[in-house]
Ligand binder design. Structure first.
Ligand code: NI
Length: 271
């Protein structure tokens, strides 16, 4: 894997720290994306990781009767190791190191496959709300669509500057503790939000506290997103911070993981 020296301009680096996100118009080539799309569709077709709780419905109750509103696979590269050797990974790591510093390392990947004509959004949230509240996190996610995206199929939308605030109160989506996905517990003013349409092969990068959202997929094609997450080593907090929404959650995913003896918890990562 080749890690490039400094793929971003100084302007891009300062824009990331000003806004909490950055658009990279081109991070992967057409051929790379086509190959990834094939691997990706196979993983979802065979429901890779389902039995051990690594494949689940992010936005619904995740039982066997209800069609998944928002299928997700955690650590897809575990089930398709060919993803680990892509040159895209080296480019993504170089971006992460340029933004976070040379100690930044990959903490995991995931895949969110928004079905055609889906009414599920990924509601406004901060990724840090999913993680251990007793630690401080400096992390980012690189979100890569495997087809063109805009607001008609669920491109990323960000609230500029929101990364400088605290982690806001969250709850399970719809306040249903069976649901893994989180949303802000109180509505916020999102009138200044920026939608980021992208061609396949482009990417967005966002910090772990940046408030973000994706809308419905109103098209006849799935909206495939592949996400790689990177972080500095977390540091302990001493202020007794707690995230009660994590304690309240009782998901089928967690039950399957426990039954399968799956103790692996993906590190800081985006949803
Ligand atoms: Ni997220």
């Amino acid at each position: 894997m080749t890690v490039l020296a400094a793929p971003l301009t100084a302007e891009e680096v300062s824009a990331f720290w000003r806004d909490g996100f950055l658009v990279i118009p081109r991070l992967a080539g057409e051929q790379e994306i086509a190959q990834m799309r094939e691997v990706y569709d196979q993983l979802f077709a065979r429901r890779a990781g389902r039995e051990e709780g690594m494949q689940f419905d992010l936005a619904g109750p995740d039982d066997e009767e209800t069609p998944a509103a928002l299928p997700q696979i955690l650590m897809p590269s575990t089930y398709a190791p060919e993803l680990l050797t892509s040159e895209l990974r080296g480019r993504a790591l170089a971006v992460a190191r340029q933004l976070l510093g040379p100690e930044a390392a990959e903490t995991g990947d995931h895949a969110i496959n928004k079905p055609p004509r889906s009414t599920a959004t990924t509601p406004w949230h901060q990724d840090e709300a999913y993680w251990n509240p007793e630690q401080d996190h400096r992390a980012l996610s690189i979100w890569i669509p495997l087809q063109d995206v805009d607001t008609t199929n669920g491109c990323m939308e960000f609230l500029p500057g929101s990364h400088t605030g605290d982690v806001l109160p969250h709850q399970s989506i719809g306040n249903d503790p069976r649901v893994h996905g989180l949303e802000l517990a109180e509505p916020i003013d999102t009138s200044a939000a920026v939608a980021c349409p992208l061609p396949a092969g482009g990417a967005t990068v966002h910090f772990s506290r940046t408030v973000h959202f994706t809308g419905h997929n109103q098209t006849d094609e799935p909206r495939r997103a592949y996400i790689m997450s990177f972080a500095l080593p977390p540091t302990p907090r001493t202020d007794g911070r707690s995230f009660p929404w994590l304690d309240a959650r009782k998901t089928a995913r967690a039950a399957r993981a426990a039954a399968a003896g799956q103790t692996r918890e993906p590190g800081p990562r985006a949803e």
